[in-house]
Design a protein around this ligand. Structure first.
Ligand SMILES: Cc1ncc(COP(=O)(O)O)c(C=O)c1O
Length: 350
């Protein structure tokens, strides 16, 4: 592959944007592949500003667009490593299938995330808690208002270095008003429209001091599903509980990893429906509970309380629980090469 000298020059002199908000410090060079005439092209390295897409494209008009979120780490390691890239490649293609986007060869996906991590190797932060966030996406680029799947697509990988998340507990709004998805809908894949559908609810959550929304099931409006960007866990009576997967919410890669780590510690994991009102009664009874969320962005985040939209608050715990802390540390130690990677989750970028 030929990479232009101008791109190497940019990478050499690059200054990371100062905005510390998650995902805002986007870097200017991307890796991409174009789909046309029935095939994905070889990868190329271009400036993001060269990757034009029209407001009248099928992606913008009809949201035929998918993405992944994953991280490359360079803490305590000479060669940067990506966490579970094949799992992300597979979920990317699950999303592609659901949104009628041509499957991307897994090999091409892996080459792309490795290549972009290599190009930015000197910009992967090496302080604990930091990483390079990778955002592979594929979107319909036909210049057309026809309501049919596009014939042309772009696959690209953007990156943004991330800083450590504050080690704070969060409050979450029980989202009883809106639904994020339906059974048989698109909740279990990462497609653009799912996220826009939650923005209004996020505003309401922030107004009552909550970091995110706790989404309930679309049929009975009472079984916990997930957060807007994370999966849900509670630990009580010696068992780790998490909602059983169904078509309305995302099978998180970190969720799967936490289940493996927990079972490996000899702790039982239950994947069943969790009724929010029964859980509130358990909290009110004073029983000792830990709750936390999991996701690529912040790994494991302990939950302090659930809130209702009128401000009523159910305090789960004021302190980070023992199991949450243990799981957070174990996962972090694998990311940062402080513990043996016994599940073979970390992949060298070359
Ligand atoms: C809706 C939703 N739920 C859960 C997650 C957590 O998934 P993962 O652990 O793969 O980051 C994410 C993030 O990708 C998400 O967008």
């Amino acid at each position: 592959m030929i990479i232009r000298q101008q791109i190497y020059d940019e990478l050499k002199t690059l200054k990371v944007p100062a905005d510390k908000t998650f995902g805002k410090a986007l870097l200017p060079v991307i890796v991409r592949s174009i789909y046309q005439a029935g095939a994905w092209s070889e990868l190329e390295v271009v400036f993001d500003c060269e990757n034009q897409i029209s407001g009248a494209s099928v992606a913008v008009q009809y949201a035929q667009s998918i993405f992944e979120g994953m991280k490359a780490y360079k803490v305590n390691q000479d060669i940067p490593q990506i966490f579970r890239p094949l799992d992300h490649a597979k979920r990317f293609n699950d999303s592609a299938k659901r949104m009628c986007i041509p499957a991307l060869p897994e090999e091409l996906f892996l080459q792309a995330v490795n290549l972009i991590s290599k190009l930015y190797e000197n910009h992967i932060p090496s302080q604990t808690g930091c990483a390079l966030y990778l955002r592979p996406s594929a979107y319909a680029t036909d210049y057309s208002l026809a309501i049919t799947p596009s014939e042309k697509y772009c696959f690209s990988v953007h990156v943004a270095p991330t800083l450590p998340f504050a080690n704070e507990m969060i409050s979450v709004l029980i989202e009883r008003q809106n639904k994020r998805s339906a059974l048989g809908g698109t909740g279990n894949v990462k497609t653009a429209g799912n996220y826009a559908a939650g923005f209004g609810a996020l505003r309401r959550a922030q107004q009552v001091g909550c970091a995110t929304n706790l989404w309930l099931d679309p049929v009975y409006n009472k079984f916990i599903e997930e957060f807007s960007l994370m999966n849900f866990f509670i630990y009580y009576e010696g068992i780790l509980h998490t909602p059983k997967l169904q078509s309305s919410f995302l099978p998180g890669v970190v969720r799967r990893s936490i289940i493996s780590l927990t079972k490996d510690m000899g702790i039982k994991v239950s994947e069943q429906q969790i009724d929010i009102d029964k859980l509130i009664k358990i909290i009110q009874s004073g029983e000792q509970i830990e709750a936390f969320s999991t996701g690529t962005a912040a790994a494991v985040t302990p939950i302090k309380s659930f809130k209702e939209v009128d401000g009523t608050e159910y305090i789960i715990s004021q302190e980070i629980g023992r199991i949450s802390k243990l799981l957070k540390t174990q996962l972090n130690d694998i990311h940062e090469a402080k513990a043996e990677d016994r599940f073979n989750w970390m992949q060298n970028i070359y």
